[in-house]
Design a protein. Structure first.
Length: 129
């Protein structure tokens, strides 16, 4: 999983670099950028549908803002792979949307851009929240 993520991470960094952006690919594990906590098994009903979270994705519980602010101060875009360690040094795959929103909130970001796919895997659209 981490190998695939690092491959995708490098593709994104390459694309950003090709349009003149300074970007660096890192993982949430690097320099303890993010710390994770395993999600709990939960069950709820939404509009006549059962929704079960079996806890495969974890959530970020700590962000090392100093690292992100250093990137920002130097006009570098960090491309962050959604992995983090917990307090026992176990690797967790993070819920991407929750992680991005948590980072944006911690940075007091004015905009949050989430890429999502429409029709084809290779076709990307962006939505500003």
């Amino acid at each position: 999983m981490e190998i695939l993520s690092s491959y995708v991470n490098k593709l994104i960094v390459t694309k950003l670099s090709s349009i003149g952006c300074y970007a660096v690919g890192i993982s949430g594990k690097d320099a303890n950028l993010l710390q994770a906590k395993k999600s709990k098994l939960s069950h709820r009903k939404i509009v006549n549908h059962d929704v079960i979270n079996v806890g495969f994705l974890s959530k970020p519980i700590m962000i090392n803002l100093e690292i992100l602010l250093n990137f920002e101060d130097n006009n570098i875009i960090p491309v962050i792979a959604p992995f983090a360690n917990d307090d026992q040094e176990k690797t967790h795959l993070l819920n991407v949307n929750l992680t991005v929103a948590t980072i944006a909130s911690a940075l007091s970001a004015e905009h949050l851009i989430l890429p999502y796919e429409i029709l084809q895997v290779s076709e990307r659209r962006f939505h500003i929240i």
